[in-house]
Design a protein around this ligand. Structure first.
Ligand SMILES: *Cc1c(COP(=O)(O)O)cnc(C)c1O
Length: 503
C-alpha cells in the first residue's frame, strides 16, 4: 500500500511525455510509516491511499467474530503494510481495552469498546446509537488518538527519534492528544489554549495532568491567537526541524484510518448478514470522522447513506444541499453549544473532493487554490460554476442536515423522555438530523461523539439538572493544576519551547 497526495506533485506536462511519466512513476511513493508523523503533503495536499483496499463478503463474515482490537488489526493491516502484523496486533490490543474505554454506561459492555444501543424500532425503521465516547476524555477523538499515541511511541523507538507535538485547542482535540501521549517515551506535548476561555471541566481535564511530558500553555488571548502562534512557529522551518516539532491535527492520515474501524464495527454489530445495509449519521465539523465513513464505504462496507449533521456552522450542509463550498471568515463563525463542530472550513473535505472529481489532482489543486483566493468553489453545474460533480454526490451516499441551539435543547429533552438517556449537544445535532433521513429497512446508526458531562451547561438548560459524571470525574475541578500562562508572543513561545525540549 502506498500513499498519494490529493494535489500530487507531478506537473500536468509530465504525463504527456513518456520519459517524464517514467520518471514520475519511479518516484519513491510514501508508505504508512513515512506519513505517520507528518501533516500535509509537501505540495499542500492531503495523503490518501493510491487505491482503497477492498473487503470481500467472506472477510466481513469472518470479522463478525473478532474483538474490536483484532478487527482493528484486520483493517489497519490493509493500510499499514509496512508495519509487521504482530506489532500492529500488540499495539491494537494495548489500545482497545475495556480498561481504556472504561466510561461505558449502564446497559453498555465496556469490552465492546463502541457499544450499540437501540433507541427506537418500528414501522421497519430502526434508530441506533453507537458510543464512541467511552475513552479517557469522553469524546470520540480518543478512538484514534489513543492508537496514535502507541503508534508514535513504537515508530519513534524504532528510529531512535524524538517528537515534540505542538498544537492549539479550544477543547476536545487537545485533551485527547494529551491523554494519548502522557508518559510516552520520546514524545512531549506543548498545547496552547486560550487562558480562562475553556469550560472549568475541560480546563481541569487538561491542566490536572502532572506528567512531565505534558506542557499546558494558557495564552492570554483567544483561540485564534493560539492558532496564529502555532502557524508562525510551524512556518519557521529551521526552528521546526531543530526542535522536532510535529502536529496531531485532524488531517493526520493515521487518525482517519483508525476511525474507519468503528464503521465496520457498527455495521457488524447492527446486522446479521451482509445483505443488510445501514446508514450512519455523523455530527461533523472538520469532516474527519465522516471521511472515515466514506473510506469504509469505498472499501465495500454496505453503507446506504452517510448523513452529515452540522450545527449553525453549516458550511458542509450548504455544500451537500447546493454543491457550493463557501468557507466562512472567523468573524462569521458562530460560537455554539456544540463547540467542537464550530468550524469555518472543513480541513478533511479535500479528501472527498479528490474522489468526487475522479482523483484528478490538477482539478483538486485548482479548486483549493480557488478556496484560498476566492473563499470557495461551485460544483453545482450552474452558470459560471467550476464543475458539475455535485450531481454525483448521491452516488457516494452523502446527504446532510443542520441543527440549531433550539433543536439541540429540544432533542436532549426528547431523547431523555423517549429513550431514558442523556446525550451530549453534538450527538443531539446528530439525532435531530438522523430522524430526517430514516428509511424503512435500513438501520440508522448515529455516532455518539461525546458524553453529556463534557457539555453540562446545555444539559442543565434542557433538563434542569446536571449530567451524570462517570466515576473518577466527580471532583476533577478541585485537583491540582499544572500550566504556564504566557502572552501571545511568538518569540517568547519559541524560547519556551527551546528551553523545554532539551534539544
Ligand atoms: C471533533 C468533534 C466533532 C467533529 O468531528 P470532525 O471529525 O471534525 O468532523 C463532533 N463532535 C465532537 C464531540 C467532537 O469532539
Amino acid at each position: 500500500m502506498h500513499y498519494v497526495s490529493t494535489r500530487a506533485a507531478a506537473s500536468a506536462a509530465a504525463s504527456s511525455s513518456p520519459q517524464a511519466s517514467a520518471q514520475s512513476s519511479a518516484q519513491p511513493s510514501a508508505r504508512f510509516s513515512d506519513i505517520l508523523l507528518g501533516g500535509l503533503a509537501p505540495d499542500g495536499g492531503l495523503y490518501l491511499p493510491a487505491e482503497y483496499p477492498q473487503v470481500s463478503g467472506a472477510e466481513l463474515d469472518a470479522w463478525r467474530k473478532l474483538s474490536y482490537a483484532d478487527l482493528a488489526v484486520a483493517i489497519l493491516s490493509k493500510f499499514a503494510t509496512d508495519i509487521p502484523a504482530a506489532d500492529l496486533q500488540a499495539l491494537a490490543r494495548k489500545t482497545y481495552t475495556a480498561d481504556v474505554y472504561r466510561n461505558a454506561r449502564e446497559g453498555e459492555n465496556a469490552a465492546d469498546i463502541t457499544p450499540l444501543r437501540v433507541l427506537e424500532e418500528g414501522d421497519g425503521k430502526k434508530l441506533v446509537l453507537q458510543a464512541l465516547s467511552n475513552g479517557p476524555t469522553l469524546a470520540f477523538k480518543d478512538m484514534a488518538m489513543q492508537l496514535l499515541g502507541n503508534l508514535f511511541e513504537y515508530t519513534l523507538a524504532k528510529q531512535d527519534a524524538q517528537l515534540n507535538i505542538f498544537g492549539a485547542t479550544s477543547g476536545d482535540t487537545g485533551s485527547a492528544a494529551e491523554y494519548a501521549m502522557r508518559g510516552k517515551r520520546g514524545i512531549s506535548v506543548f498545547m496552547l489554549s486560550p487562558h480562562q476561555k475553556m469550560s472549568a471541566f475541560q480546563t481541569a481535564q487538561m491542566f490536572s495532568l502532572q506528567d512531565p511530558n505534558i506542557l499546558n500553555i494558557a495564552v492570554e488571548g483567544v483561540f485564534d491567537d493560539c492558532q496564529d502562534i502555532v502557524k508562525a512557529v510551524s512556518n519557521d522551518l529551521a526552528f521546526k526541524a531543530r526542535h522536532k516539532i510535529g502536529t496531531v491535527n485532524s488531517i493526520n492520515w493515521a487518525r482517519v484510518v483508525a476511525q474507519v474501524v468503528y464503521y465496520f464495527r457498527g455495521y457488524l454489530a447492527a446486522t446479521a448478514s451482509n445483505d443488510q445495509k445501514v446508514s450512519f449519521t455523523v455530527p461533523s465539523g472538520n469532516f474527519g470522522n465522516i471521511c472515515a465513513g466514506h473510506i469504509a464505504r469505498m472499501m465495500g462496507l454496505p453503507i446506504d447513506q452517510l448523513v452529515v449533521a452540522t450545527n449553525e456552522n453549516d458550511v458542509l450542509n450548504e455544500f451537500f444541499t447546493t454543491g457550493i463550498y463557501r468557507v466562512r471568515k472567523s468573524a462569521e463563525t458562530y460560537h455554539t453549544s456544540s463547540p467542537s463542530m464550530d468550524i469555518s472550513k472543513a480541513s478533511n473535505f479535500e479528501r472527498f473532493i479528490y474522489d468526487l472529481v475522479g482523483r484528478d489532482p490538477e482539478r483538486v489543486k485548482a479548486l483549493f487554490t480557488k478556496v484560498e483566493a476566492d473563499g470557495g468553489f461551485d460544483l453545482s453545474g450552474g452558470p459560471n460554476s467550476d464543475g458539475d460533480e455535485f450531481a454525483k454526490v448521491a452516488q457516494y451516499g452523502f446527504v446532510s442536515g443542520k441543527s440549531t441551539h433550539a433543536d439541540r435543547v429540544q432533542t436532549i429533552r426528547d431523547v431523555a423522555d423517549d429513550y431514558g438517556i442523556v446525550i451530549d449537544t453534538h450527538t443531539a445535532d446528530g439525532i435531530k438530523v438522523a430522524k430526517e433521513h430514516l428509511k424503512p429497512g435500513v438501520t440508522m446508526i448515529v455516532l455518539e461523539t461525546a458524553l453529556a458531562a463534557k457539555f453540562n451547561e446545555t444539559i442543565l438548560e434542557a433538563l434542569g439538572e446536571d449530567a451524570e459524571r462517570p466515576a473518577g470525574f466527580e471532583d476533577i475541578e478541585s485537583l491540582p493544576q499544572k500550566f504556564t500562562v504566557m502572552p501571545p508572543d511568538v518569540d517568547k513561545m519559541k524560547a519556551y519551547i527551546a528551553a523545554n525540549t532539551g534539544l
